[in-house]
Design a protein around this ligand. Structure first.
Ligand code: COA
Ligand code: AMP
Length: 638
């Protein structure tokens, strides 16, 4: 790095904070507006800020139409690479536009209008992207639900979003296992109080499904009859989508994203953070059901005019740990973005990266990792094997893009292992104590962003304006609470250490231990329980449950544990990866009755812990340690 690089980053960061309106007005120039915004930032209603409030635009127009109108219609917009179905299919911008505007016509014919919600419960196929963009085209608000969730979780989202219509496919494919979607969807609609008026079903050859007359519409038949429709101009602050994410309870938070701030911010990040231009091939190996998929499989790359890769496979097993290298080489990928867990999986299968040698990665420039902290081992392994920069960056569903990153388009800063580098432009980060006082560098506290939040951050929580304020802005007035704890070192590097709430991170997936506890206490024999996240070499963390049974229960503990594991799988979904639990006589608590989950987690992770002064009965911690040892999770302490 030259000092000029450092200067470019520092200057940009400084400009973004000293005059945010000038900074983002300039970034907004790259977006096509049907009505240009004059009012850039509005904090009159809420200090978190709304952006471009009097502007009008259409996100789909910016992602597709404008590239075609600029003469780039024949360029690849999307490459669908599916090792699980042995398919590679390319869509030019013109083709993706044609399919999207036609599907927008299908939605219209089914009665979907601006502001209506559409739930998309789909696997990683191009039709999912087409459905999302078609919603954006007509101003319908999409809510994509990840395929690994169970019917019950889908039902909760249906009841909250109250969709007019649901789009689905007959199945997803997990490595070599076909997951029929229709039983899950029908189950969810049965559970939900809200009933959608129609369901559009994309039939995949891998699974048939019987359509329900009067409710279900076949995707292909509807497309054959549909008329393409044009983009609807939308207010910058009209919602583009709702994306549900785990909160501290079983009720997920519906993060609402706007159109204007989102388009401006994501488009800006493509160059500033990921260092890609129109025409470059960009690959986010995630799932469209997560925020990474929304921001960097669909919207970010297409807004910028990049080619995006839609990969239906896993880092290992489809067919082997060389598949990432094959995709990078075959499609000339310039930047890859994935979760560290994917690289840990590859490292485990192919520690010397032998499979890498079979592929030409000469176009590949940078690996970006996020979703969880990049552990130094994985960082160094990837740097060593790839011989290219490996960039950790930190963000959340709520923020939509990086809070801290090494902004590669502004000049690379030196990498410090374990740190996602510095607060990104738009973010002033402080580490606060419980009285909202900034802590000196090096001290761990709550990582909080000074308000307003930059464009692209959430607009609100769907149906939950009070929860929005309570969750994010009440505890630290004037700040956005990230709910991550960490510190900032003397060079301004951010270190994200842990969550401050009951969220755990399993294979880059954000899960609520509180949600799992709600499911476990629903078991008729369970009196109370606790779920903690225990460090795992592959997935970062894994949930482990502790069950206290009701008096007089005669059933074998193993049977109850097996039933609890099944319950979580059925009610939350396989993605929770809840497979381990132990029956214990009691849970460690403070005298006021608070369960000491943090201490339990430290025992499980063999970390030093201080005996909580308020603990009710210290012996219980030994019992927990024994239970963990029984699960093979804790080593006996001296
Ligand atoms: N539909 C249905 N089931 C799904 C699913 C989906 N879309 N996604 C995951 N599942 C299931 C899996 O089949 C698995 O089921 P099982 O318990 O029967 O084996 C379970 O949910 C857990 O899945 P996953 O966390 O993916 O674990 P895995 O053992 O199958 O694979 C990795 C491990 C590391 C390879 C995988 O987690 C991975 O690729 N991670 C990348 C992380 C990522 O993309 N994160 C997104 C944020 S950036
Ligand atoms: P999600 O909303 O699913 O993207 O999850 C966001 C959470 O994942 C954050 O609040 C962090 O706890 C964690 N996270 C994401 N990226 C990183 C990172 N680079 N370093 C540390 N934690 C991360």
């Amino acid at each position: 790095m030259s000092s000029a690089d450092n200067d470019a980053f520092e200057q940009t960061h400084h400009q973004s904070l000293s005059d945010p309106e000038k900074f983002w007005r300039s970034a907004a120039e790259e977006i096509h507006w049907t009505k240009k915004p004059n009012k850039i930032l509005d904090t009159s209603e809420s200090p978190h800020g709304k952006w471009f409030v009097d502007g009008e635009l259409n996100t789909c127009y910016n992602a597709l139409d404008r590239h075609v109108e600029a003469g780039r219609g024949e360029h690849d917009a999307l490459i669908y690479d599916s090792p699980v179905t042995n398919t590679i299919k390319k869509y030019s911008f013109a083709e993706l536009l044609e399919q999207t505007s036609r599907f927008a016509g299908v939605l219209r014919s089914a009665g979907v209008e601006k502001g209506d919600r559409v739930i998309i419960y789909m696997p990683m196929i191009p039709e999912t992207v087409i459905a999302m963009l078609a919603c954006a085209r007509i101003g319908a608000i999409h809510g994509v639900v990840f395929g690994g969730f169970a019917a019950n979780e889908l039902a909760v989202r249906i009841d909250d979003a109250e969709p007019k219509l649901i789009v689905t496919a007959t199945c997803g494919i997990e490595v070599n296992r076909v997951i029929p979607y229709m039983p899950l969807l029908n189950g969810a609609i049965d559970i939900a109080s809200h009933k959608p008026s129609s369901v559009i079903v994309f039939a995949r050859p891998e699974a048939d499904a019987e359509l329900i007359a009067g409710r279900d519409i076949d995707w292909c038949e509807a497309m054959a009859m549909a008329e393409p429709v044009e983009c609807v101009p939308l207010k910058a602050t009209d919602p583009l989508y709702i994306l549900y994410t785990s909160g501290t309870t079983g009720i997920p938070k519906g993060v609402v994203r706007d159109n204007g701030g989102h388009a401006v911010a994501l488009n800006w990040t493509m160059k500033a953070i990921y260092n890609v231009e129109a025409g470059d091939v960009y690959w986010a190996a995630s799932d469209v059901g997560w925020v990474v998929g929304h921001s960097y499989i669909v919207y970010g790359p297409l807004l910028k005019g990049c080619t995006t890769i839609l990969f239906e496979g896993k880092p290992v097993g489809t067919p082997d740990a060389g598949v990432f290298w094959r995709v990078i080489a075959e499609h000339k990928v310039k930047s890859l973005f994935t979760a560290p867990t994917a690289f840990r999986a590859i490292k485990k299968e192919d520690p010397d990266a032998e499979l890498l040698k079979q592929h030409d990665l000469s176009n590949f420039e940078i690996l970006f990792l996020a979703g969880e902290r990049t552990d130094p081992d994985t960082l160094h392994w990837a740097e060593d094997k790839l011989g290219r920069p490996v960039i950790d960056h930190w963000w959340q569903t709520e923020t939509g893009w990086s809070i801290a990153a090494n902004c590669m388009g502004l000049g690379m800063l030196p990498v410090k292992a374990g740190s996602p580098t510095k607060a990104a432009p738009g973010w002033q980060l402080d580490v606060l104590d419980e009285n909202c006082n900034p802590l000196p560098s090096g001290e761990v506290g709550a990582l909080c962003g000074k308000l307003p939040m930059p464009p692209g951050s959430m607009l609100t929580l769907w149906n939950a304006p009070d929860r929005f304020v309570e969750s994010y802005f009440a505890e630290f007035p004037g700040y956005y609470k990230t709910a991550d704890a960490g510190f900032i070192d003397e060079d301004g590097y951010v270190f994200v250490m842990s969550r401050t709430d009951d969220i755990i991170n399993v294979a880059g997936h954000r899960l609520s231990t509180g949600g799992m506890e709600e499911v476990l206490t629903g078991h008729p024999d369970v009196a109370e329980c606790a779920v903690i996240g225990v460090a795992d070499q592959l997935k970062g963390q894994l949930p482990v449950g502790f069950l206290v049974l009701k008096a007089g229960v005669l059933k074998e503990s193993e049977e109850i544990v097996a039933e609890c594991v099944q319950r979580v799988r059925e009610q939350i979904g396989p993605v929770a990866a809840f497979k381990q639990a132990a029956v214990v006589a009691r849970l460690p608590k403070t005298r006021s009755g608070k369960i000491l989950r943090g201490t339990m987690q430290k025992i499980a992770d063999n970390e030093a812990y201080r005996m909580p002064a308020t603990i009710d009965d210290p012996i219980i911690l030994d019992e927990i340690d024994e239970a963990l040892q029984g699960l093979g999770l804790s080593k006996a302490r001296d």
